[in-house]
Design a protein around this ligand. Structure first.
Ligand code: SF4
Length: 410
């Protein structure tokens, strides 16, 4: 059923270059179809965030991308998604409009893609659409469009004005907090609140964690995702010295966890904490940040290239490539690409150190992009290993204390 990608050598360095996909298939392993489709409808951004992994890190392929996805590529991408959903009889798929800044693509292209996918899939397939925006252009007109097309909206915000404007600035240096805050009020204070899917907040440990969290809560988000800044063993994240036992990111997150966990009412969902708690209770993970569940996501770039998660842009130039394209390849071909296979085989893709770790099934080696080193490829523990260990064991111990207290009370 699944074709093999071209055998031209990949530019991966170390694992998963040597992953023997044929041996896995012969042993009975089967890939899971993609369920989440990330469409890069526009490749440029109207902000110039200092930590941006698309423009500021190792991969510079954005320079070769057209600014906007053409109608022809959009239509072909839609057909490929529908074909994949139909072939694998998927009951539900997620389509995420992404960039760059996806709202720069304009309402016509957004409508074309969303109506196209919904029209092309079989009647039994539910299509959830989400747009992830920086919030700068989230106008009333866009909100009306999203309402009519049932598009949910995620906004990136790093906290209060000081936290947001530390990195999330326009190219001329102006901060974006005032504009994004205005957009968020438009989204959340009136009739569009039900479209709000949540906030993405990239951590800067210099920002006060509780003040950051409280600033996000002002918009009543249904969910918050705290993102660790991308980095790896060769190009470490800020304030994360590779191999050091210091845990600045865990210490930052734990202060928020305590406020969130101790609140008598659920203030919001914090995806990272909820996923860790689910994994500790033996459930599967629903995010690629932690856990060992197969990753079922694929990216379609602005020019139609089929790619892996764009967090890999932080590793090295060309890291997300598969050398497949929607004009010539169906998405099943990507399912057997070694780098995509590596993210579906759980423990088998982990480093020896992770495999012997007592919290392996919860941590899962952390985000794949954060494992990269030039010598071993992606077969390293996360560069955030110490932070992940500290955060997960802290949450485990706090939950265990509560369970013990409840048992004692019973
Ligand atoms: S805590 Fe470190 S060693 Fe353990 S699974 Fe996570 S990254 Fe691997």
């Amino acid at each position: 059923m699944f074709g093999s990608p071209e055998s031209e050598p990949l530019r991966t360095k170390g694992f998963p270059e040597f992953l023997d996909v044929d041996a896995l298939l012969a042993g009975g392993w089967e890939p899971l179809p993609f369920q989440q489709f990330i469409l890069k409808v526009h490749s440029r951004c109207d902000l110039a965030c200092r930590y941006c992994y698309v423009y500021e890190m190792a991969d510079q392929s954005w320079r070769e991308q057209p600014r906007r996805m053409s109608d022809a590529i959009a239509d072909r991408a839609v057909e490929r998604i529908a074909e994949h959903a139909s072939r694998h009889d998927l009951a539900e798929i997620d389509v995420i409009l992404h960039g760059g800044e996806p709202l720069l693509a304009g309402p016509e292209l957004i409508s074309r893609v969303v109506r196209g996918v919904r029209g092309a899939v079989d009647t039994g397939t539910r299509v959830n659409v989400n747009v992830q925006t920086n919030g700068v252009r989230l106008t009333e007109a866009y909100l009306r469009l999203f309402e009519s097309l049932e598009i949910r909206v995620g906004v990136s915000l790093d906290g209060d004005a000081a936290g947001q404007d530390r990195h999330r600035r326009f190219a001329d240096g102006r901060g974006s907090h005032a504009l994004v805050s205005e957009s968020l009020r438009r989204l959340t204070a009136g009739p569009y609140h039900h479209l709000f899917s949540g906030i993405l907040c990239t951590i800067d440990v210099r920002n006060d964690p509780v003040r950051t969290y409280e600033a996000l809560l002002e918009y009543d988000p249904p969910a918050v995702s705290f993102l660790l800044p991308h980095g790896n063993w060769a190009d470490p994240p800020p304030f994360r010295e590779p191999g050091s036992s210091a845990t600045p990111y865990a210490d930052w997150l734990i202060q928020i966890f305590d406020v969130w966990y101790d609140s008598p009412v659920l203030q919001t969902e914090i995806r990272m904490f909820r996923e860790i708690m689910r994994l500790l209770m033996g459930g599967p993970s629903r995010t690629e940040t932690v856990g060992l569940s197969p990753v079922r996501m694929v990216v379609i770039e602005t020019d139609g290239k089929i790619e892996q998660a764009d967090s890999l842009k932080s590793a090295y130039h060309g890291a997300p490539e598969t050398r497949l394209h929607v004009l010539s390849d169906d998405l099943d071909r990507a399912l057997l690409h070694p780098a995509i296979v590596a993210r579906q085989i759980g423990e088998l893709a982990l480093s020896p150190l992770c495999r012997s770790c007592d919290i392996m099934s919860t941590c899962g080696g952390g985000l794949y992009a954060h494992r990269y080193s030039p010598s071993a490829g992606f077969a390293e523990p996360s560069v955030y290993c110490a932070d992940l260990y500290r955060l997960i064991t802290y949450i485990r111990d706090r939950c265990a204390q509560d369970v013990a207290r409840l048992r004692g009370a019973g």
